[in-house]
Design a protein around this ligand. Structure first.
Ligand code: FES
Length: 178
């Protein structure tokens, strides 16, 4: 298995967010892709950059992005809450999103979600006590024929995740962390 993307969130707590110079450079690069009077178009990219640095999109980082792009804070919050790739609080090192939309439901998507929750001892949406795993359900991931499918930290898709493969995934990631 390729190295999986990790999430910085578990080591981060909310405070007044101050972006680094490197983050500001990345914001500027995103804004430069759009006409000067349409810099709000960079909002999703800026929020993604925040999340890569902070692990989640905090209220103070939303406020910063809003001020930076000249948008009402509520408009930025609407983006954060509409797309489930944005984390609104710190999550585990590995965020598992298991698709439970209808086509996947018909091919064990819900079973996979429940197996993962049971195996990790969490409710859907919960994070393990060691901060390693968060389990969430997701909408269609565009790979219905590969069900059960899941996405790890919004970047890596895994297909055909039956119970045995889910167990293997958890064991592998736990072992790597130890
Ligand atoms: S319904 Fe699950 S990937 Fe499409």
């Amino acid at each position: 298995m390729n190295p999986l993307p990790t999430n910085n969130a578990s080591s981060t707590t909310e405070s007044d967010w101050v972006p680094s110079g490197a983050v500001l450079d990345r914001f500027a690069r995103e804004v430069s892709k759009y006409p000067a009077d349409q810099k709000q178009s960079a909002v999703m990219a800026c929020l993604a950059i925040v999340q890569q640095q902070l692990g989640f999109v905090s209220p103070s980082s939303e406020k910063f992005v809003a001020d930076y792009l000249g948008m009402p804070p509520i408009a930025v919050h609407e983006v954060t809450t509409f797309y489930n790739m944005y984390n609104q609080q710190p999550l585990g090192v590995y965020k598992f999103n298991v698709c439970t939309n209808l086509p996947c439901q018909l091919r064990s998507g819900q079973t996979a979600l429940e197996h993962l929750c049971s195996r990790l001892g969490v409710e859907e949406g919960g994070t393990t006590a060691d901060g390693l795993f968060t389990v969430q359900k997701s909408e269609c991931l565009g790979a219905c024929a590969d069900a059960p499918v899941m996405l790890i930290n919004d970047r890596q898709m895994l297909s055909f995740m039956n119970d045995a493969r889910l167990d293997e995934l958890v064991d592998t990631l736990r072992a790597a962390k130890v």
